[in-house]
Design a protein. Structure first.
Ligand code: ADP
Length: 512
C-alpha cells in the first residue's frame, strides 16, 4: 500500500469510522453522495423516487439512492452533449492529462474509503478491494499518458496532382457507460478514464446493486476539476435507466460490461441511431492443468481463479480441466484450499471470501449448487449456503468444488457467477483444446504446464481474449482485455481501448 500523509490518513479514518461500523457494530448514516450527478450538480430523480442499497454481508441498509430513469437519462445526456460541444473536447491534451493525473492523486488519498465503499456495497472483502489501489491508479495514469499520445497519420495517396491526405482522431462524443456491480471502483474508472483521455463526455449508469462508489467517484471528479457535464452519474435500474441510455438517440457510443443477455438487448437498443457499442460480457472460462505443471502453484492459482470475489468475475476459470492422472489428488487439494479460506464479512481484514452481492445472486448460485448435485456431480467442498451465526443475515456461499463433472452438465456450460469450480478430467492435448473451446463464451483461459511448447500451442489454440499461462487473472492497463464469441467485442485497456472512444476522420487538401 502506498503510504499516505498523516493528515490524509486521519481524514480517511474519520470517514471510515463514521461510515463503516464493524462486523458487529451497525454503521452510521452514510455521509457520501446519494443523488444523481448531472451537469456538475447533485439532483433528485425527476420522479422523486429512491431505492435502497444494502450491505450484502449483513442485510443492513446502507443508503437510499436517487433512482434515475428515462427522464434523468435525458437530462444527463443533454448535459453531456452541452459539455462535449463546449470547450471540453477542444481542451489541449496535456490539460486532460493533468486532470487525469490529479484525479489519480485524489483517488490515492481517498483509496481507503473507496475500498471500504466497494466492500460495504457489494461485499468484496477489504483484503481484495484495498488491493485495487494499484489497478485504479495505474489505469488513470495510463490513460493520462494516452491523452497526449492520440494522433492521426499522414498518408501518401496515389491520386494525380498535389492532393494531400491525413487522418484526424476525434473523440466519439457522448458515451453511455453501463457497468455491473462486481467491482464498482475499477469498472467506473475503466469507463471514465478513456473518455477523459480522448475528450469524450460520459453518462455513467452504475449497477442498482452497488451505486455508492460510482457516485463518490463522480464527486472526486468534480474535486479534481473535471468540468460540469463531462462526467454524469445516474444510478437506476437496468430496464429503465440502462435501457434509456442504450437507446438514446444522442448517445454516440455505449460501453457496456455485464451479462450476455443484457449485451444482446444493448445491441438491439443501439440500432436506432447505430451508435457504437463495445461489450465485455460473461464467460465460462477453461483453466487447464497438465500433470507436468508446478502443481502447488496451480492449486492456489486455480482456486483463486474462481474463489476471488466469490466467483463474481466474468473471466473466472470455472471449468477446471485437470489431466486425469493427477485429477483426484489435484481436485482434492483445490477443495482443501477452498475449505481453508476465511469466509465472512469483508470488513474483517482477515476475510478472503465475502458474501455474494444480493439475495437474487444467492438464489441463482444455490440453484446451481442443487442442479450440480442433481446432475450427479459431487461437492468435494462447500455445496450449500452458510447460515451459522450472523451469516444467515448475509448471502454467503463457501468455496465449492464439484468433481465428477461432465461437459454436458449445466454447471459445466452456464455461467454461475459464484465461488463454484466444475472440475473435469481430460487425457490429451488435442482433446482438451477441443473441449476447452466447446463453449459459447471466450473471455479468459488458463494453462498450467512446465512444457513451453505445450504452453505456446494452447495459447494459439484457445479461442478466448486472454490466455494466462502459469498464472490467472493478471491484468494491466497496457494489456488489452476482452472477449471472443459471446463474451463480447471491443477491448478495454491497451492502445485499442482508447481507439474505441475515437473516430477517424480522413482529410484531403488539394493544394495546386
Ligand atoms: P448482472 O447479471 O451482472 O447483474 P446485467 O447485465 O443484468 O448483469 O447488469 C449489468 C448492468 O446492466 C447493470 O448496470 C444493469 O442495471 C444494466 N442493465 C440491465 N438490464 C439492462 C437493459 N435492458 N438495458 C441496459 N442496461 C441494463
Amino acid at each position: 500500500m502506498v503510504a499516505m500523509t498523516a493528515t490524509a490518513e486521519e481524514e480517511a479514518m474519520d470517514t471510515l469510522t463514521a461510515l463503516s461500523g464493524s462486523p458487529t457494530q451497525p454503521m452510521g448514516a452514510y455521509p457520501g453522495p446519494t443523488k444523481l450527478l448531472i451537469d456538475g450538480k447533485w439532483v433528485d430523480a425527476a420522479s422523486g423516487k429512491t431505492f435502497e442499497t444494502r450491505n450484502p454481508a449483513t442485510g443492513e441498509l446502507l443508503a437510499r439512492v436517487a433512482e434515475g430513469d428515462a427522464e434523468d437519462i435525458k437530462r444527463a445526456v443533454a448535459a453531456a452533449r452541452r459539455a462535449f460541444n463546449g470547450p471540453w473536447s477542444r481542451m489541449k491534451p496535456n490539460e486532460r492529462q493533468l486532470l487525469l493525473l490529479k484525479l489519480a492523486d485524489i483517488i490515492d488519498k481517498n483509496m481507503e474509503e473507496l475500498a471500504l465503499l466497494d466492500t460495504l456495497d457489494m461485499g468484496g472483502p477489504l483484503s481484495r478491494t484495498r488491493n485495487n489501489r494499484q489497478r485504479a491508479l495505474g489505469m488513470l495514469r495510463y490513460y493520462a499518458g494516452m491523452a497526449t499520445s492520440v494522433h492521426g497519420e499522414t498518408i501518401n495517396n496515389s491520386l494525380p496532382g498535389d492532393i494531400f491526405s491525413y487522418t484526424l482522431k476525434e473523440p466519439v462524443g457522448v458515451v453511455g457507460a453501463i457497468i455491473p456491480w462486481n467491482g464498482p471502483l475499477t469498472a467506473s474508472i475503466w469507463k471514465i478514464g478513456p473518455a477523459l483521455a480522448t475528450g469524450c463526455t460520459v453518462v455513467l449508469k452504475p449497477a442498482e446493486e452497488a451505486p455508492l462508489t460510482s457516485l463518490r467517484l463522480g464527486e472526486l471528479c468534480l474535486e479534481a476539476g473535471v468540468p460540469p457535464g463531462v462526467v454524469n452519474v445516474v444510478p437506476g435500474y437496468g430496464e429503465t435507466a440502462g435501457a434509456a441510455l442504450s437507446s438514446h438517440p444522442d448517445v454516440d457510443k455505449v460501453a457496456f460490461t455485464g451479462s450476455h443477455l443484457t449485451g444482446q438487448k444493448i445491441i438491439q437498443a443501439s440500432a436506432g441511431n447505430l451508435k457504437r457499442v463495445s461489450l465485455e460480457l460473461g464467460g465460462k472460462s477453461p483453466d487447464i492443468v497438465f500433470a507436468d505443471a508446478d502443481l502447488d502453484a496451480a492449486v492456489s492459482g486455480a482456486s483463486m481463479a474462481v474463489f476471488a470475489n466469490s466467483g463474481q468475475i466474468c473471466s473466472a476459470g470455472t471449468r477446471l480441466f485437470v489431466e486425469r492422472k493427477v485429477y483426484d489428488e489435484f481436485t482434492e487439494k483445490v477443495a482443501a484450499y477452498g475449505r481453508n479460506l476465511k469466509v465472512g464479512d469483508g470488513r474483517d481484514p482477515e476475510v478472503q471470501v465475502g458474501p455474494l452481492v444480493s439475495a437474487e445472486q444467492l438464489e441463482r448460485v444455490t440453484g446451481y449448487l442443487a442442479v450440480g448435485q442433481k446432475e450427479g456431480a459431487k461437492a468435494l467442498s462447500g455445496g450449500a449456503r452458510l447460515t451459522e451465526g450472523n451469516m444467515g443475515k448475509g448471502y454467503f456461499v463457501p468455496p465449492t468444488v464439484f468433481a465428477n463433472v461432465r461437459d454436458d452438465m449445466r454447471i459445466a456450460q452456464e455461467e454461475i457467477f459464484g465461488p463454484v469450480i466444475s472440475a473435469i478430467p481430460f487425457t490429451d492435448v488435442d482433446e482438451v483444446i477441443q473441449r476447452g473451446n466447446a463453449t459459447t463464451f471466450g473471455l479468459g483461459s488458463g494453462v498450467w504446464t512446465r512444457d513451453v511448447s505445450k504452453a505456446h500451442r494452447l495459447a494459439r489454440a484457445i479461442r478466448a481474449g486472454s490466455v494466462w499461462v502459469n498464472c490467472y487473472q493478471a491484468m494491466d492497463p497496457a494489456v488489452p482485455f476482452g472477449g471472443y464469441k459471446m463474451s463480447g467485442y471491443g477491448r478495454e485497456s491497451g492502445l485499442q481501448h482508447v481507439e474505441e472512444y475515437l473516430n477517424v476522420k480522413a482529410v484531403w487538401i488539394k493544394t495546386a
